[in-house]
Design a protein around this ligand. Sequence first.
Ligand SMILES: O=C(O)CCC(=O)c1ccccc1C(=O)O
Ligand SMILES: [Mg+2]
Length: 344
Amino acid sequence: MIDIEPYHLDLARPLSTARGEIEEREGFLVRIEYADQVGLGEAAPLPGWTESLDACREALKYAPELARDEDWGVALGETSAPAARHALALALADARAKLNNTPLYRYLGNERLVRRVPVNATVGDADAETTARRVTEAVENGFECVKIKVGARSVAEDTDRLRRVREVVGDEVALRADANGAWDREQAEQALEAVEPLDLEYVEQPMPAEEVAAHAGLRNGGNEVPIALDESLAERPVTDLLAAEAADYLVLKPMALGGPDRARNVARQARQAGVTPVLSTTVDGVVARTAAVHVAAAIPEIPACGLATADWLADDLGPDPAPVADGRIEVPQDKGLGVDLGDE
Ligand SMILES: O=C(O)CCC(=O)c1ccccc1C(=O)O
Ligand SMILES: [Mg+2]
């Protein structure tokens, strides 16, 4: 049995980025019955990272047939629709983890008990004072790591914003900046030079996704600011990015990578190459967000992750079993995903 239900979630307020504002999220909630277990999955497509909503709906059309034949291998072979695959792979993993009586993160390969994963707050584009105030609020709420969106205004203005933030929060808070591919090579070099004294943990996706060699060049340039790649991982296989030595960190969005299983594998490949994985969401509902928490918990010594995105949503698909407290998310220890939508 498989049930696919479209959903629509409004954001509490728009998330302003260099690629425009995210104001709402639309996707599909998937329920399967597998070996007498119920499995939950979610597809939250976001162009730039995944297929379109229409392409996702189209890809999920074939799922009931595959489910009837229990032909999950075929369903999961799908690569051109990562959000659709994410929903099916997650539902299957949830059901199988329940069957094994184990929480999803252990099913994904971590033998040890993991109680919490550290997370960053995410602060959108705004003027310097507003940005500094939002970062201060996050720190007051217990976050020790904050990611700030840049690239929507000039490099000079963004540098002022980050300088102002560093001034008000002091040296103890880890700061990240995410340009969402907004800069060309010259602007990226200017930006890195300007922010070098601010001791950022990394600058995420300074240039467009396909600019792999340029990012490698940026890392070999005159300064030490670490580079993280996010959109590039939706555009190119991880092996290409690692071979090119294009990044210090890789931002893994299970929705963009086609499922929690794939995100776990990409994290392993990154680690083996000496690159640090960071988990993140595309601002998903509770099903996909909690799955990303499990993936983070499956990776030993994971640094702060971009998983504190529940607050961006005005409403959600159901109760949150993994709330943020003191800059950390508590990992659900029930069998499977640990999300209960109250209809099982
Ligand atoms: O990583 C985070 O801190 C939160 C998620 C986030 O920033 C994001 C959310 C939706 C779409 C794109 C992005 C991004 O990382 O670029
Ligand atoms: Mg990003």
